[in-house]
Design a protein around this ligand. Structure first.
Ligand code: UD1
Length: 353
């Protein structure tokens, strides 16, 4: 039976996931009301995705971004509760692991509205990451746990979550890459023949001066052998500016403003290697068959490492970054599809009916 669904989104990766899930919900006749918390608010971090990916316009735009984590999550919780009291949905849909995810899930359960969590079961086992706390708490209070992989389902079972709540549908980001990577888009730069594509935004890297310093120096060193292009996240720009390092990096690396989703896929497809600390980009590189170097101690997407497409650089230093990037190569072809078949969104829409 078609349902009335409130979807809560707020940060860039959620817009991409919502694009494919919203379309699938519409296909089976669900009624969806979009709530945008405002966690990401710059035009090129938010609106551009709604326009290019044809995501339903938010009925409620809460305008709550910035501030400390507790403040942001708390203010979002209060505002989402009001939306839910007005909209009276049958269920609330949340995505991923951001503060907006937790605020949406918590507001719903307190009103006894069931929650569906898309991208459930991911774990880094690093409780210092705000995302890990958000994931664990959201999974604990959700009724439908839509997991992207068997590893994610296994984590939930290991935490004692009842099997009937765990629904392995595959990864909606696989759906998104299949749907959007074929589009012809104009790139914001004419990339050189060989280049590495860089994105950095995780708090564990941006908010730790020693790690950020090693990344800046490592990238400057790599850029001597392999040109680098870096669409820069607002968090990273702010930190680099404050530390006085932005200019040095800008001299070595071609910086761009944040780019749209299709532009990002096109850049990844033509890159020699991707260097990132993003969760989503590790998988996009995998789907697009580009070697990825992840500047983190651990990853939730362990399958990409096991299959040889992703390499973690945990002991961050100039030499470890340089060795990983310049040594990146494609592994032998494999037919493995750990993240499903690209039809995750349709399964989610069907399960919610
Ligand atoms: C958030 C998520 C992270 C996700 C990432 C994707 C949490 C805890 N983290 O981190 O899981 O991978 O989004 O990008 O929810 N800012 C702007 N303009 C914007 C958006 C943010 O200037 O459009 C500024 C904010 O004011 C803040 C900083 O960037 O100072 C970081 O924003 P924050 O909301 O913490 O998000 P992310 O670091 O992007």
């Amino acid at each position: 039976m078609p349902k009335r669904i409130v979807s809560v989104v707020g940060a860039r990766p959620q817009f991409v996931k919502a694009a494919v899930v919203s379309a699938a919900l519409q296909d089976v006749g669900h009624e969806e009301v979009m709530v945008h918390t405002g966690q990401h608010y710059d035009y090129n971090m938010s609106e551009v995705f709604f326009e290019a990916l044809n995501i339903p316009k938010p009925r409620h735009s809460l305008g709550i971004g910035g501030g400390n984590h507790g403040e942001m999550t708390g203010r979002q919780l209060m505002a989402i509760e009001q939306c839910l009291l007005t909209e009276k949905p049958d269920l609330v849909l949340v995505y991923g692991d951001t503060n907006s995810t937790l605020a949406g899930a918590l507001a719903a359960v307190k009103l006894h509205i069931p929650v569906a969590h898309v991208e459930a079961g991911l774990r880094s086992f690093n409780m210092r990451m705000p995302e890990e706390v958000n994931r664990i708490l959201t999974d604990r209070i959700s009724q439908w746990l839509f997991t992207p992989s068997s590893v994610a389902s296994g984590h939930l079972r290991a935490e004692g979550i009842a099997g009937e709540r765990i629904i392995e549908v595959g990864d909606v980001m696989h759906d998104a890459v299949l749907r959007f990577s074929r589009s012809n888009v104009e790139l914001p730069v004419a990339p050189p023949k060989r280049f590495g594509l860089v994105t950095i935004h995780r708090a564990e890297n941006t908010d730790d001066d020693a790690r950020l310093g090693a990344i800046v120096e490592g990238l400057c060193q790599v850029a001597g052998s392999l040109p680098l292009i870096m669409p820069i996240h607002p968090r990273t720009r702010q930190r680099l500016e404050r530390l006085g390092w932005l200019e040095r990096l800008t001299q070595a690396v071609q910086m761009l403003e944040p780019v749209g989703y299709m532009e990002m896929l096109a850049l990844q497809k033509s890159a020699q290697a991707v260097i990132t600390d993003s969760g989503g980009i590790q998988k996009e590189a995998f789907f697009l068959q580009v070697p990825c170097i992840t500047l983190r101690d651990e990853t939730e997407w362990v399958e990409t490492v096991e299959l040889g497409w992703n390499r973690l650089v945990s002991d961050l230093s100039v030499s470890s970054i340089e060795a990983a990037v310049l040594g990146a190569s494609r592994p032998a072809k494999s037919q493995a599809q750990p993240y499903g078949d690209g039809r995750a969104a349709a399964r989610i829409a069907a399960m919610l009916g």
